[in-house]
Ligand binder design. Structure first.
Ligand code: NAD
Length: 298
């Protein structure tokens, strides 16, 4: 049976480490600050923003949560971002996505000062990531590398197969994994909806990263013995026996894949908790100025 890559426990360890580092920075007169913007009343977004602010408080990061109604205009959002860009107490800015349809998401992300872009979604940070320059790495991909790193799973020379090409997971993790660094240096294949004979690729993976948003898409038939599986997916499926009437599953069918895998992340409790831990890490890196001078995974 596979080793379980326990993201929940790892995230706890990282938060404890961050608490000490934040205290150290505070004693030198700098309190890291994160500004969070939530527009509208999407229930999932409300939960995410609340847990991000709570996580900040736990490690001693100062945070501002600005909640605006769904009818807020794009100009108002841009004004707020301009104010935070200029505010020296704010080191990181996070706009919770998705934004209401009348607001141009790209225009908003472009307005964030790349040096405060702790989500790493600004094209400048994506460009830095591709070029192997210091910058902000998006939180979920950073969490994946951190899991591999802390569990001593070597990626060097391995075949990493990434399933998914989104800007927030698939593209950045694929671009991280081929970088010339001790925590990457893999040969990378990217699969997506137009990929033919998906199993041909997934079966040749030493490391399989699945971010497709399709519940239990990857079953035991898709993997070979000894694979390391990182399941990014978070999907709700109906389950009348569960208290809430649903349960969370990944993009990987854990029961058929785990017996063949060397290691696997569970859902929940795998990649999910690492995402917030890396947001805190990025905010600290913004406050120290390290984000643009030291590569996160070298
Ligand atoms: P997305 O829908 O933007 O992208 C999914 C990608 O998967 C697409 O690029 C598509 O080409 C590919 N894909 C979909 N079905 C496929 C198939 N049958 N075969 C091959 N490729 C296929 O999703 P996303 O934002 O990248 O998120 C992916 C999953 O990860 C979702 O379940 C999401 O909820 C989850 N997620 C989790 C975290 C976390 O913190 N753990 C963070 C972000 C996203």
């Amino acid at each position: 049976m596979a080793e379980i890559l326990d993201g929940k426990q790892l995230a706890r360890t990282i938060r404890t480490e961050l608490k000490e580092k934040v205290a150290e920075l505070k004693s030198s007169g700098i309190t890291p600050g994160l500004a969070l913007l939530l527009v509208g009343d999407n229930p999932a977004s409300q939960v995410y923003v609340r847990s991000k602010a709570k996580a900040c408080a736990e490690v001693g990061i100062f945070s501002i949560v600005e909640k605006r109604p769904a009818e807020t205009t794009q100009e108002e959002v841009l004004e707020l971002i301009a104010r935070w860009n200029a505010d020296p107490r704010i080191h990181g800015i996070l706009v919770q996505l998705p934004l209401p349809a009348h607001i141009d998401e790209q225009a908003v992300l472009l307005a964030i000062d790349p040096r405060k872009d702790v989500d790493g979604f600004h094209p400048e940070n994506m460009g830095r990531l591709v070029e192997g320059l210091p910058g902000f790495v998006p939180c979920t991909p950073a969490g994946i590398i951190e899991i591999l790193r802390r569990y001593n799973i070597s990626t060097v020379g391995k075949h990493a197969v990434v399933l998914g090409r989104s800007n927030i997971v698939g593209k950045p993790i694929a671009n991280l994994l081929y970088q010339k660094s001790a925590y990457a240096n893999a040969t990378v294949t990217i699969c997506h909806t137009a990929t033919q004979d998906l199993a041909q690729y997934t079966r040749s993976a030493d490391i399989l990263i699945v971010a497709a948003g399709r519940p239990q898409l990857i079953t035991g038939d898709y993997v070979r013995e000894g694979v390391v599986v990182i399941d990014v997916g978070i999907n709700r499926i109906e389950d009348p026996s569960a208290p809430k009437g649903y349960r969370l599953v990944g993009d990987v069918d854990f029961d058929s894949v785990a017996p063949k895998a060397a290691a696997i992340t569970p859902v929940p409790g795998g990649v999910g908790p690492m995402t917030i831990a890396m947001l805190l890490t990025n905010t600290l890196r913004a406050a120290t100025g390290e984000a643009f001078s030291v590569r996160q995974f070298d």
